[in-house]
Structures are given as structure tokens and as C-alpha cells.
Design a protein around this ligand. Structure first.
Ligand SMILES: C[S@@+](CC[C@H](N)C(=O)[O-])C[C@H]1O[C@@H](n2cnc3c(N)ncnc32)[C@H](O)[C@@H]1O
Length: 266
């Protein structure tokens, strides 16, 4: 990312001719492409079927449409609103407007961002302060953070939760087991070619991809994951599938027999 915007003269932003449309075309679009979004994932100026949001003080009409919605699979992952260089992107009406786009029932994203060409600010729908803010000429220093929040790979099945990537487990930073963020609703995957869970009808069967997301969120690669009420074995199996170690315990011999067999440990 060291060369990003290297050929752009940021002094142009001081010209009255460099308006919001220039910010979109010259700065935002290349940024979205560099993050990894292709044209079909970048939705411009979506029109709302029902252009209202409910707020504590009543129904509020949305006068405009979001400049960009970033789509992953069938859902929107985040909203980005472009502004002219002299506009405020850290608080006030512009931030409020982008927030309303994010919480709109036809959008529903956890993250929303604003960019006025000079700076970029990223918000979560549940925090008043930006969770990331940087001046655009300094983007290289913030690229890792930006892309870990907003690249297409940070979203799964179009739902707006991020998860601990395998790469990150090797950092020297302490992993805070007790304070990992809770995940948003996880879409259920009924079956997968790599999984066994369709082949039995053990009565407690939980959805494998939901268990997998929790394991990835609350543990690191190489950790030991214990399920003392293991049932169908989904926890131990997803632990192994995600490069953890697993311990499966269950009172019911049917359960331990099944899991032993599935894992070919006998
Ligand atoms: C809620 S289920 C487990 C759900 C599991 N995650 C799954 O996907 O199948 C509870 C399991 O706990 C087992 N169980 C109940 N009491 C137990 C005990 N005292 N010690 C160990 N296992 C027990 C039951 O046999 C049952 O398989």
C-alpha cells in the first residue's frame, strides 16, 4: 500500500472545483477497488423502497441515498458516504445521515464510513465516536486496520461481523479471552461437503457453522477447546477443522461412540 495515492496532489482538494463527485471518482473508487471490491459489489446511490427510518423521536425521512453500499453475497456489508472536501465527517448531520442509511431496514450494516477526500472516518452503528479515522495522505499507515475492518474477506456470507483470522493468531499481542466481541446473528449453513453432520440424527445437533464462528472468535489457533456436554460432537470437530485441539465429553455412550467413529480414533 505504500504507493497508494502517491501520484495524487492533495493540494487539489483546496480548489473549489474539486467537489464531491471528484472525491468519489478520483479517491473513493480506487480505494474501494484496492480493498478488493469489484463493480458488482459496489452499489451506487441505492434508492430506498421505503425512505424512512424509525428513531427515538419518531419516523424520519431520508432525503438522499447512500453514495455507496458494499455488497457481499446477498447482503450489504457497509455503507460509505462521500462528501466534498470542506464537509465535516466526524460528527453532526453528515454522520447522522450515514448512520440512518446503515440502520435502514433495507440496508442493516454494522459499519458506516464517510470520506471527504481529505480524511476517512469509520463508525460502528453502536458507537458515537469513529472507530477509525485518518487523513487520506496517511492511508498507508492505516491500511492494515482499514482492510481488516472493511475488505470483502472480513465479512462472511454478507453478514456484518468480523472474525479473528488465522493469520492474526501469531501476533505477540495478548489474546483477551474474556473480552472478545460478541458476534452478530450468524446465518445457518445446513450442510457442507466437508462436514459429517448430515449423516446422523443425534438429538442435540447444533449448527456447525455457528459453532465454528464462535470457536474462531473466542480462541486462537492451537488452543484447546473443551465441550463437556459434547452431544453430536460439533464442538470438537469444528475445533479440529479450525486448527484447534478438541476435547469431547458426554454422559451418553452413543455420543462418544459416534464422535470416536467420526474422528477415526478407534
Ligand atoms: C445440549 S446437548 C449438547 C449439544 C452439542 N453442542 C451438540 O451439538 O450436539 C447436551 C449433551 O449433554 C449430555 N449430558 C447431559 N448430562 C451430562 C453430564 N452430567 N455429563 C456429561 N454429559 C452430559 C447429553 O447426553 C447430551 O448429549
Amino acid at each position: 500500500m505504500h504507493n497508494f495515492f502517491q501520484n495524487f496532489d492533495f493540494a487539489q482538494l483546496n480548489s473549489p472545483d474539486f467537489k464531491e463527485d471528484s472525491v468519489r471518482e478520483v479517491l473513493i473508487l480506487p480505494l474501494l477497488q484496492q480493498l478488493g471490491y469489484n463493480n458488482t459489489q459496489i452499489v451506487r446511490s441505492k434508492t430506498f423502497q421505503n425512505p424512512f427510518v424509525k428513531t427515538a423521536s419518531g419516523k424520519r425521512a431520508l432525503q438522499q441515498t447512500p453514495d455507496y453500499l458494499l455488497r457481499i453475497a446477498d447482503s450489504y456489508a457497509w455503507v460509505l458516504d462521500a462528501k466534498a472536501p470542506n464537509e465535516n465527517i466526524t460528527d453532526g448531520g453528515n454522520v447522522e445521515q450515514a448512520y440512518f442509511y446503515a440502520i435502514h431496514p433495507e440496508v442493516r450494516t454494522k459499519f458506516f464510513a464517510l470520506c471527504n477526500g481529505k480524511a476517512f472516518s469509520l463508525f460502528r452503528h453502536d458507537t458515537a465516536q469513529p472507530i477509525l479515522y485518518f487523513e487520506l495522505p496517511d492511508i498507508a499507515q492505516h491500511w492494515d486496520a482499514l482492510s481488516s475492518y472493511l475488505s470483502p474477506g472480513s465479512f462472511q456470507s454478507g453478514k456484518t461481523f468480523t472474525y479473528q483470522s488465522v493469520k492474526k493468531a501469531n501476533t505477540t499481542q495478548q489474546f483477551d479471552y474474556l473480552n472478545q466481541p460478541l458476534l452478530e446473528e450468524i446465518p445457518v449453513h445446513k450442510q457442507s461437503a466437508k462436514r459429517h453432520f448430515g449423516v446422523h440424527g443425534y438429538f442435540t445437533k447444533q449448527t456447525w457453522n455457528v459453532v465454528a464462528e464462535y470457536i474462531k472468535n473466542f480462541s486462537q489457533v492451537g488452543d484447546l477447546v473443551l465441550d463437556p456436554f459434547g452431544g453430536s460432537g460439533v464442538t470438537a470437530i469444528e475445533a479440529l477443522m479450525n486448527n484447534r485441539q478438541g476435547i469431547h465429553l458426554d454422559l451418553n455412550p452413543m455420543s462418544t461412540f459416534m464422535v470416536d467413529s467420526l474422528l477415526l480414533l478407534q
